[in-house]
Design a binder for this molecule. Structure first.
Ligand code: WT7
Length: 645
């Protein structure tokens, strides 16, 4: 049966920057002559010193290095703000929509954004922050989050944004890992009408983060907080004494712009480090290509700034392109499942970019919540974060977009900086569930377990054979881990950790992670991290965590727990363990199922056979495969008999 095909609407083919032939030509040139292609693309950036070299890289161990535009100098914040002042200083740069729909939205023109960011930068400087210093940003989705991020970029400080849903423990680990002396936070955050005690979390984290010297506190809700003398400063007090102008720091293209922690298959979260020049180019180029942004359009990426999607597509990409970008404080389904579409109507949003998990949650509440809104302003719909099931894709296309808006399914990763495989609205016919075609310069390939490159329509592990400007440059503080994690599985190539299929039309279908990483509601969770949290509990002897299918989250967290001898396994303990993981990592790591297991399936050398655990968690117990190599095959019967769910 041929795939369902949604051709490019005639209107888009006519009006977009690239049609099908245009895309093919662009892509072909990018691979055939990368040097001149990328120097030409680099013109979209306002350089203090224009680069004369494009990519200089090698994925081979002997000569491992990745550099782009290394002789160029720029300031990222100036690219996102200052260069727009002459032409569109009075255009709205950021629309801020509050959690509570009865409150008014706020708007900041590029000129106002300039003043706010300069002021924030001067506050950071007054607190001793210098070029190259790390600043941890633990804020809710308030305008100050944008100001703080851009203020760091302005003065050359490296920001590390930590999602407000992470626990004090997780925050402390991230502050310590990158040795940041300054944390920017708020009294409280708000989401779905609930308060998040951010400042109290920082206080708790501070006990375990000796590097921390200064906490800058934004008054967001007015909730009561304890201020520690000599360490804590109110942002509004500090801001009252500084100028609303701040010169930009001239940065080298390869200077770090930010660190963002993300989970891997082993160990603690890695500090993914992105550069200034290459990253900005990638965020801005992919935002323009995938979404064909035009002046006057209202762009809404409904992510949180705590994730890479927020970095690249709420702030850096759209602002570099002079867009009006919407920042939303709340949740997609609060006060009810109409909220997203009401925000679309209120601000006449042109493009919405969200995650499949949000769509599945809204879909469950029924079409009436969508139907009661107009959505006439919508031209384009985007998705990111996990594979989108064709059912959710069709719902997005038919019910939300009323059949007229192309769906831009973007595959990428924290490590890639921006979209890698995605359609162009005027160029690419769509197939529900496929991220379609690669971006310029991106050469994806499929390999088998041994690393043999596979050709034609087939399935395998997804590698990228060459560097692209938005590629991460290192793991903060551990360059060896960077090389080891991404370049040793398939030597000479970047390994994504994903599996994929390429069909007979050359379309790419991401099938999901092939490593021990699971994707919960579009957020990445290392199974090893949840396991370490569980074994910290005094009653737990051992734990193994795998993903399980989940109707809304995509994947849920399924934990097998072996208790210490003499401990009684009951529902109270199960609930306690769930709570325990939430407080160790954060609500996003909440286990969906906890199964008490007297023993785990291990090989004679003691290795846990996760394949078997995955099958049981999926409920697919008829095809467990060969269990004869297990040290004690009988444990499998117990696991099957006591499956949760
Ligand atoms: C992993 C990266 C990309 C920013 C948000 C998540 C999965 C991401 C898609 C997509 C299928 C996708 C992959 C990837 N993923 N987008 N459109 N289709 N899978 O970033 O937390 O770094 O997670 O998310 O498995 O490896 P992240």
């Amino acid at each position: 049966m041929p795939d369902e095909l949604y051709p490019v609407p005639a209107e888009w083919a006519r009006s977009a920057r690239y049609d099908a032939a245009g895309y093919e030509k662009l892509y072909g040139r990018s691979l055939a002559d990368p040097g001149s292609f990328w120097l030409e693309q680099a013109k979209r950036i306002d350089w203090i010193k224009r680069p004369e070299i494009a990519g200089d890289w090698s994925f081979d161990e002997a000569d491992f290095h990745i550099e782009w535009f290394a002789d160029g100098k720029l300031n990222v914040a100036a690219n996102c703000i200052d260069r727009h002042l002459a032409g569109r200083g009075d255009q709205v740069a950021i629309i801020w929509e509050p959690d509570d729909p009865s409150e008014d939205a706020r708007r900041f023109t590029y000129r106002e954004l300039h003043a706010e960011v300069c002021r924030f930068a001067n506050v950071l400087k007054s607190q001793g922050v210098k070029r190259g210093d790390r600043v941890t940003i633990y804020l809710p989705m308030i305008p100050e989050a944008a100001f703080a991020v851009l203020a760091c970029a302005r003065i050359g400080a490296i920001h590390s944004v930590v999602f407000g849903g992470f626990s004090p423990e997780a925050l402390a680990g991230r502050i310590t890992d990158c040795d940041s002396a300054v944390v920017v936070t708020a009294d409280e955050g708000r989401r779905g009408g609930k308060r998040v005690p951010l400042k109290a979390n920082v206080d708790a984290a501070a006990d375990r983060a000796p590097a921390l010297k200064t906490v800058i506190v934004v008054k967001a809700t007015g909730g009561e907080v304890a201020m520690q003398n000599g360490r804590d400063v109110w942002y509004h007090d500090a801001a009252a004494g500084v100028a609303a102008d701040c010169p930009v720091e001239a940065m080298n293209a390869e200077d770090p712009l930010f660190i963002l922690y993300t989970s891997g298959s082993t160990g603690k979260p890695k500090g993914v480090l992105h550069s200034s020049g290459g990253y900005l180019l990638w965020a801005s180029l992919t935002h323009e290509l995938c979404f064909d942004y035009r002046p006057g359009d209202v762009w809404w990426c409904a992510a949180d700034i705590g994730w890479v999607t927020g970095h690249s597509y709420i702030l850096y990409g759209p602002l570099a392109n002079g867009a009006t970008t919407l920042m939303y404080e709340g949740l997609p389904n609060w006060p009810d499942a109409s909220r997203i579409w009401q925000v679309v109507d209120r601000h006449r949003v042109h493009t919405v970019f969200t995650a499949p998990t949000a769509l599945r949650a809204l879909m469950k509440d029924g079409d009436a919540f969508v139907a009661r809104t107009s959505r006439k302003s919508l031209k384009l719909l985007g998705t990111v974060g996990e594979p989108i099931n064709p059912e959710a894709w069709r719902w997005y296309h038919e019910v939300v977009g009323e059949g007229r808006c192309p769906i831009i399914d973007t595959w990428w990763q924290t490590e890639t900086g921006g979209a890698m495989i995605a359609p162009l609205p005027g160029a690419t016919d769509l197939k529900p569930g496929s991220a379609t075609k690669p971006m310029p310069g991106v050469d994806p390939q499929l390999v088998d377990e041994k690393g043999t490159v596979l050709h034609g329509a087939t399935e395998g592990n997804l590698i990228i054979t060459r560097s692209w400007p938005g590629q991460m440059r290192t793991v903060w503080g551990d360059h060896a881990r960077f090389f080891q994690t991404y370049f040793t599985t398939y030597p000479g190539n970047y390994f994504t950790g994903d599996g994929a299929r390429r069909d007979e039309d050359g379309y790419w279908w991401i099938t999901g992670r092939v490593d021990d990483v699971i994707n919960v509601s579009g957020h990445r969770m290392g199974t090893a991290e949840v396991e370490s949290a569980l074994v910290l509990h005094p009653m737990v002897a051992e734990a193994a965590v795998v993903g399980m299918p989940h109707e809304v989250k995509g994947q849920g967290i399924y934990a097998y727990v072996t208790l210490n001898a003499g401990v009684t396994a009951d529902d109270a303990l199960r609930a306690e363990l769930v709570k325990w993981v939430r407080s160790e990592i954060g609500p996003i790591a909440t286990p969906d199922a906890v199964q008490f297991a007297p023993g785990l399936p291990k090989t004679r050398s003691g290795k846990i056979m996760r394949r078997i655990l995955r099958k049981i968690a999926e409920g697919d117990v008829s095809s467990l495969g060969d269990t004869s190599t297990l040290a004690d095959p009988a444990v499998v019967d117990d696991l099957v008999a006591n499956r949760v769910g």
